[in-house]
Design a protein around this ligand. Structure first.
Ligand SMILES: [Fe+2]
Length: 174
C-alpha cells in the first residue's frame, strides 16, 4: 500500500458518500419527509467540505493530484425501481418501508465508512505516516457522530413501529 493508493481509495469512498447523501435527500423529499431530506442536504454540504479538505491536504503536501478510483453510482438500481411510480400510488405501507430501507441504507453506509477509515488509519500508522493518520482521524470522528445519530433514529423508528405521526413530528425542516 502506498500513500497515493490510500488517498485514491479514501477519495473514491468520500465521493460515493456524497452520492448516497444526495440520493437519501431526494428520497426523503419525495416521501414528504422534508426535515430528514434537509438533514441529508446538510451532510452533503458538510461532506463536500471534507472532500475539499482531503484534496487540499494531499495535493499541497505531495504536489500531485489524487488519482481517484472508479466510483460506483448508488442510484443505479434503487432509483429505477422507485421513480416509475407516482407518490399518489404509494400506500402508507410502501412509504414506511421506503423510509425503513433508506434509514437502514444510511446506517449501513456510515458503519462501512467507520471501518473503512479505521483500516486506512491503521495502514498509515503501519507505514509510519502518523501525521496523515491523525489528519484522517478527524473524518473518523465525524463519521462516528453521524453513525450514532443514524442508529438512534433507526432505533426510534423501530420502537414506534414507523408511526407516520411520530415521523412527521420528529423532523425539523430548514
Ligand atoms: Fe455521511
Amino acid at each position: 500500500m502506498t500513500l497515493d493508493t490510500i488517498y485514491s481509495e479514501i477519495s473514491a469512498h468520500f465521493l460515493e458518500g456524497l452520492m448516497i447523501h444526495n440520493k437519501l435527500m431526494e428520497t426523503f423529499y419525495f416521501l414528504g419527509c422534508y426535515g430528514y431530506g434537509d438533514f441529508h442536504k446538510k451532510q452533503y454540504i458538510d461532506e463536500s467540505k471534507n472532500y475539499a479538505k482531503l484534496a487540499k491536504y494531499f495535493i499541497s503536501r505531495n504536489e500531485k493530484l489524487i488519482h481517484t478510483n472508479q466510483v460506483s453510482d448508488p442510484y443505479v438500481d434503487s432509483y429505477a425501481k422507485i421513480y416509475p411510480f407516482n407518490y399518489d400510488q404509494f400506500s402508507t405501507e410502501q412509504i414506511k418501508s421506503l423510509i425503513a430501507r433508506s434509514v437502514d441504507e444510511w446506517v449501513k453506509w456510515e458503519t462501512s465508512t467507520k471501518y473503512f477509515l479505521n483500516d486506512k488509519i491503521s495502514e498509515l500508522i503501519k507505514m509510519g505516516e502518523n501525521a496523515d493518520a491523525e489528519f484522517i482521524s478527524i473524518f473518523l470522528k465525524d463519521v462516528d457522530k453521524e453513525l450514532d445519530k443514524a442508529t438512534k433514529l433507526r432505533r426510534m423508528l423501530i420502537n414506534t413501529d414507523y408511526d407516520m405521526t411520530y415521523i412527521m413530528e420528529n423532523q425539523k425542516e430548514e
